[in-house]
Design a protein around this ligand. Structure first.
Ligand code: ASP
Length: 449
């Protein structure tokens, strides 16, 4: 049995909902359908969630809310009209949106979340009704009824472990359960949302709870791209990757999938597939715990910007007791956290996010490091980008680093730092920001063309 989640762009219009219906109909094992709020129909459109955010802000500022309310309701109404649906539930949708202005503004930490959750909640009602109209045995299920009980952290809720047991009771359902994504209820019964994009989290939680065979996450791309399509034109999609690879790629700036969302499915050992509602016959990207070893060594290339490198060199550093500790203590005392720390016999590099280094902090840092460590050389380089190539297969394959550096050298890209992570599933290159795109293209050509 499968849990299937549709993102906002897959539910933005009647045309999209027809595709969703076909996808669900096609496979009777798709029993749990998690939905986002209607998303954008075009680049210039506004997501229902964002309309709800402005509704909330107008309400707080005592500004007129009629117009925004109508705008929100009309998104649902238009879809229903175009689908030729009976509009009984539109009355409920209208009421649920209008009623928000009766909630207290003062001392109400859950107000914002209550506004936001209406987007998915109403959409789940609409989708369930649409499925019923088309002969599917489908019902709307509220997150509370299915057991999604969360911590009391508005905007950033976490699932309570006890929820899974309750959710598992729905495992044998005959009906298709349509569940709104993005929010749950606290033990006290308050609505709390997950972080933005959190419908992915709901899907993953439900998949873990019912021990699904597969969690299908439908979006508007053919899967996870090997490299950013804004940098490499028409990049390939990744066929299969492991959770570990996914995590490394997400860290280095990959944003296709809400990476926190992976956790529940990952812990329950459930494979996830990312697929395209607009091209459902494409196999998409499968995320699993293990992958066959004969795979290509590199599965993806990601990058992130705005790093600084603190380079410290001192003859016989390797023999000086406590050197590393002193460096870290200085960073800690200045409230600086670091990302990577590759080291050699006589030198060490500390890579950190540049935004932490204000001119004052940087001055203090340099003088402290000079004073305590007495280094032979000390310099801070700004404006670095980190490029990461990721792949479990790198462990078995000799020469991946050599191939990468050769590709970079051929393109006259100067390497400021290279770091093979202890995890052995990634290698990281620090280069100047200006050369980032060129470097990604060079690595793409090396490993994928
Ligand atoms: N609608 C919510 C958002 O825009 C959650 C989601 O779509 O996953 O963040």
């Amino acid at each position: 049995m499968k849990v299937i989640k549709f993102g906002g762009s897959s539910l933005a219009s009647a045309e999209q909902l027809q595709k969703v219906l076909q996808i669900v109909k096609e496979d009777p094992s798709r029993k749990f359908v998690v939905v986002s709020a209607p998303g954008k129909r075009s680049d210039s459109d506004t997501k229902v969630t964002d309309l709800l955010i402005s509704y909330h802000s107008k309400y707080l500022k005592n500004e007129g809310t009629e117009e925004i309310i109508e705008q929100i309701i009309s998104r649902y109404e238009l879809i229903m009209d175009e689908l030729g649906m009976n509009k009984n539930i539109l009355t409920d949708i209208r009421q649920s949106i209008e009623k928000l202005t009766t909630l207290p503004k003062e001392n109400n930490p859950h107000l914002f979340d209550a506004f936001l959750a209406r987007g998915e909640n109403n959409n789940a009602r609409l989708v369930a009704a649409f499925f019923q109209d088309n002969g599917l045995q489908a019902v709307y299920k509220n997150p509370r009824d299915i057991g999604i009980i969360v911590t009391d952290e508005p905007g950033n809720a976490r699932i309570l472990p006890s929820s899974y047991e309750k959710i598992s009771q729905f495992r044998e359902t005959d009906e298709i359960l349509v569940i709104p994504g993005f929010f749950g209820y606290t033990e006290a019964g308050e609505i709390c949302t997950f972080s933005r994009g959190g419908s992915d989290i709901t899907g993953s939680i439900v998949a873990a709870g019912v021990q699904a065979d597969l969690y299908e996450n439908f979006t508007d791309v053919d899967g996870i791209f090997v490299a950013h399509p804004g940098i490499v034109s028409n990049p390939k999609t990744i066929k299969e990757l492991t959770y570990r690879e996914m995590r490394e790629l997400a860290y280095a700036g990959f944003a296709v999938f809400h990476d926190e969302a992976l956790m529940p499915a990952y812990k329950a050992n459930i494979p996830v597939v990312i697929k395209n509602t607009n091209n459902p016959s494409h196999p998409g990207t499968l995320i699993t715990t293990k992958r066959a070893a004969d795979h290509e060594p590199v599965v993806g290339i990601a990058s992130d910007q705005n790093f600084a490198n603190i380079y410290i060199s001192k003859y016989l550093m390797n023999r000086e007791l406590g050197f590393g500790r002193k460096v870290l203590e200085i960073l800690e005392n200045l409230g600086l956290s670091y990302e990577h720390m590759p080291s050699g016999i006589d030198d060490i590099s500390i890579i950190l996010r540049e935004r932490q280094l204000t001119p004052t902090i940087e001055k203090q840092l340099i003088s402290k490091l000079e004073e305590v460590l007495k280094p032979d050389e000390l310099r801070i380089t700004h404006g670095l980008s980190m490029i990461m190539i990721v792949g479990e297969g790198m462990r078995q394959r000799i020469g991946v680093t050599a191939d990468s550096t050769m590709a970079l050298a051929k393109n006259e890209i100067n390497l400021e730092m290279i770091n093979q992570g202890s995890s052995e599933v990634s290698i990281m290159f620090g280069i100047r920001k200006e050369q980032e795109n060129q470097a990604i293209r060079a690595l793409y050509d090396m490993f994928f063309n």
